[in-house]
Design a protein around this ligand. Structure first.
Ligand code: SAT
Ligand code: MN
Length: 596
């Protein structure tokens, strides 16, 4: 660690901003580290940290001939995903956090978690990480500082955010920042909490080193804290990918799409157009794969930035077939977490389609009967700029104008391939009513249907009822809002097989959406919104069975009646805070469904 500049605790001033120094001093007094290291984000700093992590086994060197600059991290087997049951939103009033969050009174939460932080960094280095979410010069960006005792977190934050000296300079200029305090602690699930204090712009996370629990810029800041901030400042912080679709005429439309974790956001963001589309000159530009911050511009359109600088993508299932751009992105300078390893030390996961594992994610000899080679929530961390479809527009400080917002989930039955909301209020209801089967991205049962409004169930930092009101407020007569759509790539047939090929073929659905935005594509009006007939999509080269056509493009009145009854119950479960406009919309659709 010689190349790393170290600042002793006593009397050290790492920043010209008093509020930041005071906070660092206060945290050091509580956690009592041996050293404090202010991260500058330089290559030399990263090299020194990586060397130290290789020496102590935190990182395992992968094959640097095939994967230059790439490393494997094996997390604790009890620490492999986000932990929603240990994640709290600590607002003064329980109702502000809403039934969608676990709540604790701020004073109780501070007391509980500070007791865990007490002396937890003894003998260790405390890293101070200034970071910026979004392009460093964008008015839409927001900054934070994460204090952590995990060098793995530092290395990941360097990829996922604009981290180091330029971020510190912006923080010193602005004077405000989100305070994130993290310690891996003992990695004991009984001593683990992820606490958010939106009023204080503060996060405290103890006892996990994994992903969204520990990289505090990601879900904790960019969604839970930011959604709260966005509400008071008139913008939206969303769990959405952002992609640009450029047609053969050279027109680009940007689409923001919300899907729950591990439902294919990364794949959609990096979609490779099908053969015929490629020939005709369609291209996809990736802006982001997970988080989107949007606000109305001067022209009334919503402009979006990706607050992140990297991808923390799900490895299993990523292959040359499913996502060639992601696979190309992760050939170098990538941190892999919880994947398997081949005999020649290359990273391996289920669905990669080539090679063979000899070691599994826990470091044991691979045995298919014991466990998969890669954990189902194994991840890669890589700079977005390594993606072949990455767009320089991701650095545009103004953001990109959004033409369409898409909501979607894993719905094996009932929900057709795509439909369009009639207007903004209907679209907000479509988002609010979103349901999906749970995935391995969070601990708990997988494959259970649950409502996940706007894919924000685990991430909205305040009461969902107030969040829906905030969404509705954008329809103020001045804004030129995007069209809202719902998609379902996961519809299954009677035999349990997926009916839609998905992946690159999803561009066929995006093309129809853009046609709708431009007022060119046809659709049929139904009580649930505008549905295309199969003929309204370009299906050249796609083989669909009769069952697939009927289920992907059909409308099942009886099933939707039940669904809207259940949506009504869901809205009512929020009590009087739920905006009347959404309840009226639900009732209106139910009435339409009852008239056959
Ligand atoms: O663990 S993360 O929240 O960072 C990833 C995800 O669940 O989307
Ligand atoms: Mn996500």
């Amino acid at each position: 660690m010689n190349a790393v500049s170290e600042v002793s605790i006593a009397g050290s001033a790492g920043s010209s901003l008093k509020a930041l120094n005071d906070w660092v001093t206060e945290v050091a007094a509580l956690t009592r580290p041996e050293r404090i290291h202010w991260c500058d984000g330089s290559d030399a700093e990263n090299a020194a940290l990586v060397a130290a992590m290789e020496a102590d086994g935190t990182l395992v060197r992968l094959n640097h001939d095939t994967h230059p600059g790439s490393w494997l991290h094996r997390s604790d087997p009890d620490d492999v995903a986000r932990v929603e049951h240990l994640t709290f939103v600590c607002t003064p009033e329980r109702d502000e956090a809403g039934p969608n969050n676990h709540w604790m009174a701020p004073a109780d939460a501070h007391a509980k978690i500070d007791a865990l932080f007490d002396g937890c960094m003894e003998g260790r280095t405390m890293y101070v990480i200034p970071y910026c979410m979004g392009p460093i010069d964008s008015p839409l960006s927001r900054c934070g500082v994460e204090i952590t005792d995990s060098p793995y977190v530092v290395a990941n934050m360097r990829i996922m955010t604009r981290m180091g000296a330029p971020a510190l300079a912006r923080i010193e200029r602005e004077g405000t920042f989100v305070k994130g305090l993290h310690s891996t602690g003992e990695l004991d699930p009984d001593r683990r909490f992820i606490m958010h204090f939106p009023e204080e712009l503060a996060i405290k996370s103890y006892g996990s080193g994994y992903g969204g629990n520990a990289l505090l810029g990601k879900k904790c800041h960019a969604l839970r804290i930011a959604s709260h901030q966005a509400r008071s400042e008139g913008w939206l912080a969303e769990h959405m990918l952002i992609l640009g679709v450029t047609n053969p005429q050279g027109e680009t439309h940007y689409i923001a799409a919300a899907f729950p974790s591990a439902c294919g956001k990364t794949n959609l963001a990096m979609l490779i157009p099908p053969e015929g589309y490629r020939r005709d000159g369609w291209t996809i530009n990736t802006i982001g794969d997970d988080i989107c911050w949007m606000r109305p511009g001067k022209d009334g359109r919503l402009y979006a930035i990706n607050p992140e600088a990297g991808f923390f993508g799900v490895a299993p299932g990523t292959s040359a077939k499913s996502n060639p751009s992601a696979l190309a992105s992760i050939q170098s300078n990538t941190i892999f977490t919880n994947v398997g390893v081949t005999a020649d030390n290359q990273p391996w996961w289920e669905g990669l389609g080539e090679g063979e594992p000899v070691t599994d994610w826990r470091g044991d000899p691979y045995d298919a009967d014991t466990r998969p080679a890669a954990h189902p929530n194994a991840r890669f961390t890589v700079s977005a700029k390594q993606c072949p479809s990455w767009s320089p527009e991701a650095e545009n400080p103004e953001g990109v104008p959004i033409s369409a917002i898409v909501f979607g989930g894993r719905r094996p039955s009932l929900v057709p391939l795509v439909f369009q909301a009639r207007d903004w209020t209907h679209g907000v209801l479509v988002g609010a009513a979103m349901g999906s089967e749970t995935t391995a991205a969070a601990t708990g049962a997988v494959g259970v249907m649950r409502r996940d409004p706007m894919a924000m169930k685990p991430f909205c930092g305040y009461n969902f009822a107030d969040y829906f009101s905030h969404w509705l407020s954008f329809d103020d007569g001045n804004n030129k809002l995007p069209q809202i759509f719902h998609v379902n790539w996961f519809r299954k047939g009677e035999g349990g097989d997926f009916l839609w090929p998905g992946f690159g073929d999803n561009l066929r659905v995006l093309e129809w959406m853009i046609g709708r935005v431009k007022g060119e594509a046809a659709a049929v009006e139904t009580p649930i919104g505008w549905l295309p007939a199969a003929e309204d999509l370009n299906l050249d080269g796609v083989e669909l069975t009769g069952e697939a056509r009927q289920k992907l493009f059909g409308f099942e009145r009886e099933g939707w009646k039940n669904e809207f009854d259940s949506i009504g119950e869901y809205l009512d479960s929020y009590g009087p805070r739920m905006p009347q406009a959404l309840k009226d919309e639900q009732k209106l659709i139910l009435v339409k469904l009852s008239v056959s």
